[in-house]
Design a protein around this ligand. Sequence first.
Ligand code: SF4
Length: 449
Amino acid sequence: MSEELKQLIESNGLTYHIETFGCQMNVHESEKIAGVLENLGYKPSESKAAADLLLFNTCCVREHAEARLSGHIGALKDHKADKAYGVLAVCGCMMQQKDAAHKLMRRFPFVDMVFGTNSIHKLDSLLEDVLLRGQRAYCVEEDISIVEDIPVRRDGGPCAFVNIIYGCNNFCTYCIVPYVRGRERSRRADDIIDEIKRLCDEGVSEVTLLGQNVNSYGNDLVESISFPRLLRRIDAETNIRRIRFMTSHPKDMADELIACYGDLPSLCEHIHLPVQSGSDNVLRRMNRLYTRAHYLGLIDKLRARVPDIAITTDIIVGFPGETENDFEDTLSLVSEVQFDAAFTFAYSKRKLTKAADMPDQIDKAVKSERLARLNALVAELQRRSISAYRGRDVEVLTEGISERDANMVVGRTRTAKTVHFPGDASDIGRFINVHIDEVLTHTLRGKRL
Ligand code: SF4
């Protein structure tokens, strides 16, 4: 790291602000970016407007992401006007799309720095180009090696994200992720365990293991390890109290993983298992490589091990060629599984993906109507699932002060239900038993026991 750069940042008291779009993977990457910046001497800014370095961590998964980003950046043309060391930067998976970074730099000459998801560890040399040499900096790499020991700036709460595998080999026909995040690369198990031990020492009690498909963990490693074996090692070798993970692909979910539930004390009784559709025809065209029956079989096995397990999912409606019958298959699957919650989306095209060129694209009005019907069913199931908690005693890991009431704290059960109860900042990070006496639309309220 350049001392000259560090000195310039520290002596001018430079600040940063990161705007993060997209999934947990991006949230965690922003934590790493913040870690690198703070190592260089940057301090968090009190506001976006005041930040010397303003950075957009982009996502290309959502609809119209590019247009929205352009709107945000266009509005910041004068952001640097009153800042001697102002820097505008854009990073994240949208920048990994072919030509996207060059296009953005051409269109917005006031953007100083663009980098991709594999270049966070080069942030210091990019900043040297901008701040010391007065050049625009650009780095979007195909390099897929894993860089360990990037500093991470977490918010200090009791929950933390830990990457275990990057990239994806699956090529679901609607998804752009494999094109922008490359093929699967697993971290070494020892590195993951060391990181979790360090987090425990820092007061973290719950980790969420991250990967596009955690079930593929270890397939690319020389060491003989799988995701279930990694879970067993984390449970046995660290003091972490709670483990969650996302996301798990149903086609790769082994019985060995299901056997971890109810067996590993730290593994929370919650699984996010994206089904996407209840129709075999649609699943085939999505290239999901499992059937409705296979998915339902997994749910049966999970519930046989842990009857109260919370199950959440992702569902896309209006995929090309989806008929009314196909959609009704989705509704019937949702009713059969009785999901605790679901993230639902109307299909929208993503450049580069196979589904974007499929015939029989579904009319927008039909997609909206199906989405509304699905959402009504999901809301009903969610109400039912949360209502079952009235009168129960639950263990809550307190995560922070409630945003609605400064005299209340908020945390989650092992089944990922949000609970508010009276408390103060001294409760943050503690496990507290709570009696649930009130059920709200999406959250629970109770009294400590
Ligand atoms: S498993 Fe499918 S949906 Fe998930 S990241 Fe890979 S290609 Fe995308």
